[in-house]
Design a protein around this ligand. Sequence first.
Ligand SMILES: Nc1ncnc2c1ncn2[C@@H]1O[C@H](COP(=O)(O)OP(=O)(O)OP(=O)(O)O)[C@@H](O)[C@H]1O
Ligand SMILES: [Mg+2]
Length: 104
Amino acid sequence: MQVFINLLRNAIEAKTEKSLNVHIQTALHNNLVQIYVRDNGPGIPPTIIHHIFDPFFSTKQTGTGLGLSLSRKIIELHKGSMRVQSEFGRGTCFIIELPAYSKK
Ligand SMILES: Nc1ncnc2c1ncn2[C@@H]1O[C@H](COP(=O)(O)OP(=O)(O)OP(=O)(O)O)[C@@H](O)[C@H]1O
Ligand SMILES: [Mg+2]
């Protein structure tokens, strides 16, 4: 829940003049749950995209820069992974992969 709150808050904070759309898609592949959280915001410039998961990296006046680094840590503690894809100017997509366990 904390991870999704962080991602949704980031999407809202990145919003520009157009109306914000956040699309969440899930898929199950070979015991791996894939979750795509895609927004239609401004995207992330290629010059900073490699730093967004770094602790204390923020482009915001009052941001702590901890949201994404903590989110990735939470996912890793659940034996998953988290990455980003973004085309600057055309939105951002965070991809989370988690192992699926069948109910016994
Ligand atoms: N959906 C997004 N669209 C555009 N840029 C984003 C998006 N999500 C994250 N970013 C960029 O990644 C940076 C790091 O995000 P992170 O959530 O770690 O920190 P923050 O949002 O700046 O601060 P905090 O989460 O502590 O309020 C942001 O400052 C912003 O530049
Ligand atoms: Mg944040």
